[in-house]
Design a protein around this ligand. Structure first.
Ligand SMILES: [Zn+2]
Length: 116
């Protein structure tokens, strides 16, 4: 017997673990410049600041991903997983296969991505 929601839930749980580890790494990278500020030259400091800005942006993306995964896991617990958050229709299995944390069905996602 195969329960697709249980399989996707397991994928979400392991992705959450990976995301949390990546957040800790990015957090350290984003904090590095503050620690090293006095010990490095001006050019390498600009470089380090750029690296830090990238790490901060990555960190924001990862935190967003973490929230999305946690919300999907909460929907599994609540029994509302696999339903579109806009039209409450079923999410396409291939959409959940591509992103188990997907929130909207293809039609609603396309609707939202369209410019005003
Ligand atoms: Zn929808």
């Amino acid at each position: 017997m195969r329960d697709p929601t249980a399989l996707l839930g397991a994928r979400l749980a392991s992705e959450l673990q990976e995301t949390i580890e990546a957040i800790q790494q990015a957090g350290r990278a984003a904090a590095t410049v503050e620690l090293d500020q006095s010990s490095i030259g001006r050019v390498s400091r600009m470089d380090a600041l750029q690296q830090q800005a990238l790490a901060k942006r990555l960190l924001e993306q990862l935190l967003l991903r973490q929230r999305k995964i946690e919300a999907a896991l909460a929907r599994i617990n609540a029994g509302s997983y696999g339903l579109c958050c806009a039209c409450e229709g079923d999410l396409e299995p291939e959409r959940l296969g591509a992103d188990p944390a997907a929130v909207f069905c293809m039609a609603c996602a396309a609707e939202r991505e369209r410019p005003e």
